[in-house]
Design a protein around this ligand. Structure first.
Ligand code: AKG
Length: 268
Protein backbone atom coordinates (compact mmCIF):
# COMPACT_ATOMS: atom_id res chain seq x y z
CA UNK A 1 0.00 0.00 0.00
CA UNK A 2 1.27 3.50 -0.85
CA UNK A 3 1.16 5.67 2.20
CA UNK A 4 3.72 8.31 1.29
CA UNK A 5 1.69 11.56 1.45
CA UNK A 6 3.46 13.06 -1.58
CA UNK A 7 2.87 9.92 -3.68
CA UNK A 8 -0.82 9.92 -2.74
CA UNK A 9 -1.13 13.65 -3.46
CA UNK A 10 0.51 13.24 -6.87
CA UNK A 11 -1.61 10.23 -7.73
CA UNK A 12 -5.02 11.44 -6.50
CA UNK A 13 -4.75 15.25 -6.58
CA UNK A 14 -5.50 15.43 -2.85
CA UNK A 15 -4.31 14.08 0.47
CA UNK A 16 -6.44 13.62 3.59
CA UNK A 17 -4.47 13.49 6.83
CA UNK A 18 -6.15 11.07 9.22
CA UNK A 19 -4.95 12.66 12.46
CA UNK A 20 -5.19 16.11 14.02
CA UNK A 21 -2.19 18.22 13.01
CA UNK A 22 -3.23 21.27 15.06
CA UNK A 23 -3.62 21.11 18.84
CA UNK A 24 -6.67 22.33 20.79
CA UNK A 25 -4.44 25.18 22.08
CA UNK A 26 -4.29 26.47 18.50
CA UNK A 27 -7.74 25.45 17.25
CA UNK A 28 -9.93 26.54 20.18
CA UNK A 29 -8.88 30.24 20.13
CA UNK A 30 -9.39 30.21 16.34
CA UNK A 31 -12.95 28.90 16.87
CA UNK A 32 -13.58 31.85 19.21
CA UNK A 33 -12.00 34.09 16.57
CA UNK A 34 -14.25 32.64 13.89
CA UNK A 35 -17.35 33.49 15.92
CA UNK A 36 -16.01 37.00 16.58
CA UNK A 37 -15.38 37.63 12.87
CA UNK A 38 -18.83 36.23 12.03
CA UNK A 39 -20.22 38.70 14.55
CA UNK A 40 -18.32 41.66 13.07
CA UNK A 41 -15.73 41.96 15.88
CA UNK A 42 -12.12 42.35 14.73
CA UNK A 43 -9.41 42.23 17.40
CA UNK A 44 -6.82 43.57 14.93
CA UNK A 45 -9.04 46.54 14.11
CA UNK A 46 -8.96 45.48 10.43
CA UNK A 47 -12.06 44.02 8.76
CA UNK A 48 -11.81 41.02 6.44
CA UNK A 49 -12.05 41.60 2.67
CA UNK A 50 -15.42 41.98 0.94
CA UNK A 51 -17.20 38.63 1.23
CA UNK A 52 -20.23 36.70 -0.01
CA UNK A 53 -21.50 36.60 3.61
CA UNK A 54 -21.36 39.58 6.01
CA UNK A 55 -22.27 39.90 9.70
CA UNK A 56 -26.04 40.07 10.03
CA UNK A 57 -26.68 37.93 6.93
CA UNK A 58 -28.86 34.82 6.99
CA UNK A 59 -27.43 32.41 9.61
CA UNK A 60 -28.84 29.40 7.75
CA UNK A 61 -26.66 29.96 4.66
CA UNK A 62 -23.05 28.91 4.06
CA UNK A 63 -20.92 31.65 5.60
CA UNK A 64 -17.83 32.41 3.51
CA UNK A 65 -15.59 35.25 4.70
CA UNK A 66 -12.47 36.33 2.79
CA UNK A 67 -9.12 36.85 4.54
CA UNK A 68 -10.32 36.44 8.15
CA UNK A 69 -6.67 36.23 9.29
CA UNK A 70 -6.26 39.99 8.92
CA UNK A 71 -9.25 40.50 11.25
CA UNK A 72 -8.37 38.05 14.01
CA UNK A 73 -5.05 37.22 15.67
CA UNK A 74 -5.93 33.63 16.69
CA UNK A 75 -6.83 32.79 13.10
CA UNK A 76 -3.49 34.22 11.94
CA UNK A 77 -1.71 32.15 14.64
CA UNK A 78 -3.35 29.00 13.30
CA UNK A 79 -2.29 29.81 9.77
CA UNK A 80 1.30 30.32 10.94
CA UNK A 81 1.45 27.00 12.81
CA UNK A 82 4.78 25.32 11.89
CA UNK A 83 3.29 21.78 11.97
CA UNK A 84 0.78 22.75 9.30
CA UNK A 85 3.48 24.27 7.07
CA UNK A 86 5.76 21.25 7.54
CA UNK A 87 2.98 18.87 6.55
CA UNK A 88 2.11 21.04 3.52
CA UNK A 89 5.75 20.83 2.42
CA UNK A 90 5.84 17.05 2.93
CA UNK A 91 2.61 16.52 1.00
CA UNK A 92 3.46 18.77 -1.95
CA UNK A 93 7.25 18.47 -1.95
CA UNK A 94 7.50 22.27 -2.03
CA UNK A 95 10.66 24.10 -0.92
CA UNK A 96 8.85 27.41 -0.41
CA UNK A 97 5.21 28.05 0.51
CA UNK A 98 3.25 31.27 0.86
CA UNK A 99 -0.30 31.61 2.14
CA UNK A 100 -1.79 33.95 -0.47
CA UNK A 101 -5.50 33.84 0.50
CA UNK A 102 -7.74 32.37 3.21
CA UNK A 103 -11.47 31.70 3.38
CA UNK A 104 -13.45 31.10 6.55
CA UNK A 105 -16.21 28.54 5.87
CA UNK A 106 -19.01 27.91 8.35
CA UNK A 107 -21.60 25.42 7.20
CA UNK A 108 -24.64 25.50 9.49
CA UNK A 109 -26.42 22.29 10.36
CA UNK A 110 -29.83 21.30 9.01
CA UNK A 111 -30.77 21.10 12.69
CA UNK A 112 -30.26 24.90 12.82
CA UNK A 113 -32.62 25.39 9.87
CA UNK A 114 -30.06 25.20 7.04
CA UNK A 115 -32.07 23.44 4.39
CA UNK A 116 -30.80 25.35 1.36
CA UNK A 117 -27.75 27.37 0.39
CA UNK A 118 -25.11 25.33 2.20
CA UNK A 119 -23.95 22.97 -0.53
CA UNK A 120 -20.76 23.65 -2.48
CA UNK A 121 -21.14 22.67 -6.13
CA UNK A 122 -18.49 20.71 -8.02
CA UNK A 123 -15.68 23.01 -9.06
CA UNK A 124 -11.96 23.37 -9.70
CA UNK A 125 -10.43 26.28 -7.78
CA UNK A 126 -8.32 27.08 -10.84
CA UNK A 127 -11.48 28.17 -12.59
CA UNK A 128 -11.66 31.15 -10.21
CA UNK A 129 -7.94 31.84 -10.07
CA UNK A 130 -7.23 33.35 -13.48
CA UNK A 131 -4.98 35.96 -11.84
CA UNK A 132 -2.24 33.31 -11.74
CA UNK A 133 -0.16 32.26 -14.73
CA UNK A 134 -1.01 28.93 -16.30
CA UNK A 135 0.89 26.07 -14.67
CA UNK A 136 1.28 27.91 -11.36
CA UNK A 137 1.55 25.54 -8.39
CA UNK A 138 -1.46 26.51 -6.27
CA UNK A 139 -3.09 24.31 -3.67
CA UNK A 140 -5.32 24.44 -0.58
CA UNK A 141 -4.91 23.26 2.98
CA UNK A 142 -8.46 22.82 4.32
CA UNK A 143 -8.38 22.74 8.12
CA UNK A 144 -11.30 21.41 10.18
CA UNK A 145 -12.08 23.56 13.23
CA UNK A 146 -14.77 21.07 14.21
CA UNK A 147 -14.85 17.32 13.78
CA UNK A 148 -15.94 16.61 10.20
CA UNK A 149 -17.74 13.27 10.01
CA UNK A 150 -19.63 11.85 7.03
CA UNK A 151 -22.80 13.55 8.32
CA UNK A 152 -21.24 17.06 8.51
CA UNK A 153 -21.17 17.72 4.74
CA UNK A 154 -17.45 16.97 4.28
CA UNK A 155 -15.66 18.00 1.13
CA UNK A 156 -15.64 15.31 -1.53
CA UNK A 157 -12.76 15.03 -4.00
CA UNK A 158 -12.87 13.30 -7.39
CA UNK A 159 -9.83 11.04 -7.64
CA UNK A 160 -7.35 11.88 -10.37
CA UNK A 161 -9.37 14.87 -11.65
CA UNK A 162 -6.29 17.14 -11.31
CA UNK A 163 -5.12 15.48 -14.56
CA UNK A 164 -8.28 16.35 -16.51
CA UNK A 165 -7.27 19.92 -17.37
CA UNK A 166 -9.46 22.98 -16.80
CA UNK A 167 -13.10 21.96 -17.29
CA UNK A 168 -16.10 24.09 -18.21
CA UNK A 169 -19.02 24.22 -15.78
CA UNK A 170 -17.43 24.65 -12.33
CA UNK A 171 -19.98 26.18 -9.97
CA UNK A 172 -18.97 26.73 -6.33
CA UNK A 173 -22.43 28.13 -5.50
CA UNK A 174 -24.36 25.42 -7.42
CA UNK A 175 -26.69 23.66 -4.98
CA UNK A 176 -27.57 20.65 -7.12
CA UNK A 177 -24.34 18.66 -7.23
CA UNK A 178 -25.70 16.07 -9.68
CA UNK A 179 -26.91 18.92 -11.91
CA UNK A 180 -23.49 20.62 -11.87
CA UNK A 181 -21.82 17.28 -12.61
CA UNK A 182 -24.08 16.63 -15.59
CA UNK A 183 -23.24 20.09 -17.03
CA UNK A 184 -19.48 19.40 -16.96
CA UNK A 185 -17.86 17.92 -20.02
CA UNK A 186 -15.38 15.37 -18.70
CA UNK A 187 -12.54 13.95 -20.79
CA UNK A 188 -13.39 10.72 -22.61
CA UNK A 189 -12.82 7.50 -20.74
CA UNK A 190 -12.30 8.89 -17.23
CA UNK A 191 -14.04 7.32 -14.23
CA UNK A 192 -15.69 9.27 -11.41
CA UNK A 193 -14.64 8.12 -7.95
CA UNK A 194 -15.30 10.32 -4.92
CA UNK A 195 -13.42 10.41 -1.60
CA UNK A 196 -14.85 12.14 1.48
CA UNK A 197 -12.48 14.38 3.45
CA UNK A 198 -13.61 13.38 6.92
CA UNK A 199 -11.26 14.46 9.69
CA UNK A 200 -10.97 15.08 13.41
CA UNK A 201 -11.03 18.64 14.78
CA UNK A 202 -7.61 20.07 13.95
CA UNK A 203 -7.25 17.78 10.93
CA UNK A 204 -6.43 18.89 7.41
CA UNK A 205 -6.74 17.89 3.77
CA UNK A 206 -4.72 19.23 0.84
CA UNK A 207 -5.96 19.58 -2.74
CA UNK A 208 -4.50 20.73 -6.02
CA UNK A 209 -6.12 23.72 -7.76
CA UNK A 210 -7.34 21.46 -10.58
CA UNK A 211 -8.89 18.77 -8.36
CA UNK A 212 -12.69 18.66 -8.62
CA UNK A 213 -14.44 19.00 -5.28
CA UNK A 214 -17.76 19.94 -3.70
CA UNK A 215 -19.79 19.22 -0.56
CA UNK A 216 -23.36 18.52 0.53
CA UNK A 217 -25.60 19.25 3.50
CA UNK A 218 -24.49 19.16 7.10
CA UNK A 219 -26.91 16.87 8.91
CA UNK A 220 -24.78 16.56 12.06
CA UNK A 221 -25.90 18.29 15.26
CA UNK A 222 -23.53 21.28 15.02
CA UNK A 223 -21.92 23.61 12.47
CA UNK A 224 -19.08 22.42 10.21
CA UNK A 225 -16.24 24.89 10.75
CA UNK A 226 -13.18 25.24 8.58
CA UNK A 227 -10.54 27.48 7.07
CA UNK A 228 -9.57 27.00 3.43
CA UNK A 229 -5.95 28.18 3.39
CA UNK A 230 -4.85 28.82 -0.18
CA UNK A 231 -1.12 28.32 -0.69
CA UNK A 232 1.40 28.59 -3.51
CA UNK A 233 4.92 27.38 -4.16
CA UNK A 234 7.82 29.25 -5.76
CA UNK A 235 6.60 27.72 -9.05
CA UNK A 236 3.80 30.29 -9.36
CA UNK A 237 3.54 33.79 -10.85
CA UNK A 238 0.80 36.38 -11.15
CA UNK A 239 -0.21 36.98 -14.77
CA UNK A 240 2.01 39.80 -16.13
CA UNK A 241 3.43 40.13 -12.58
CA UNK A 242 0.30 42.14 -11.75
CA UNK A 243 -0.72 42.83 -8.19
CA UNK A 244 -4.51 43.09 -8.38
CA UNK A 245 -7.55 41.25 -7.06
CA UNK A 246 -6.46 37.88 -5.69
CA UNK A 247 -2.77 38.74 -6.05
CA UNK A 248 -3.02 42.26 -4.62
CA UNK A 249 -1.49 41.42 -1.23
CA UNK A 250 1.22 38.88 -1.99
CA UNK A 251 4.06 41.30 -1.19
CA UNK A 252 2.65 42.04 2.26
CA UNK A 253 3.78 39.44 4.85
CA UNK A 254 1.11 40.62 7.30
CA UNK A 255 -1.53 39.50 4.82
CA UNK A 256 0.28 36.72 2.98
CA UNK A 257 2.95 35.12 5.17
CA UNK A 258 5.63 32.83 3.78
CA UNK A 259 5.19 29.77 6.02
CA UNK A 260 7.90 27.51 4.59
CA UNK A 261 11.34 28.25 3.21
CA UNK A 262 13.65 25.27 3.02
CA UNK A 263 16.75 27.26 2.15
CA UNK A 264 16.23 29.41 5.26
CA UNK A 265 15.79 26.29 7.41
CA UNK A 266 19.05 24.84 6.10
CA UNK A 267 20.86 28.12 6.67
CA UNK A 268 20.02 28.09 10.37
O1 AKG B 1 -15.77 23.77 2.24
C1 AKG B 1 -16.18 23.26 1.22
O2 AKG B 1 -17.08 22.42 1.24
C2 AKG B 1 -15.53 23.62 -0.09
C3 AKG B 1 -14.28 24.41 0.09
C4 AKG B 1 -13.56 24.69 -1.18
O3 AKG B 1 -14.12 24.75 -2.22
C5 AKG B 1 -12.11 24.88 -1.13
O4 AKG B 1 -11.53 24.86 -0.04
O5 AKG B 1 -11.47 25.03 -2.19
Amino acid sequence: MRTDPNALYQRDGFYIHDQAVLSPEVVDPAVVGMDAVRGGEYDTGVPPRASAWSPGDDETLLCKIEKPQIANRAIMELILDPALAALAAKVTGAKWIQVWWVQLLYKPSNAAGATNGVNVGWHQDRNYWGAWEEGSELFTAWVGLSEVGTDAGPMKFVEGSHRWGLLQGSDFFGQDLDGVKSEMSLPDGVGWKEASATMPKGGVSFHDCLTLHGSGANVSAGPRRSLAIHMRTDQSRPVDHKRAGLTAYIDDPDYCPVVWNKSTLYDK
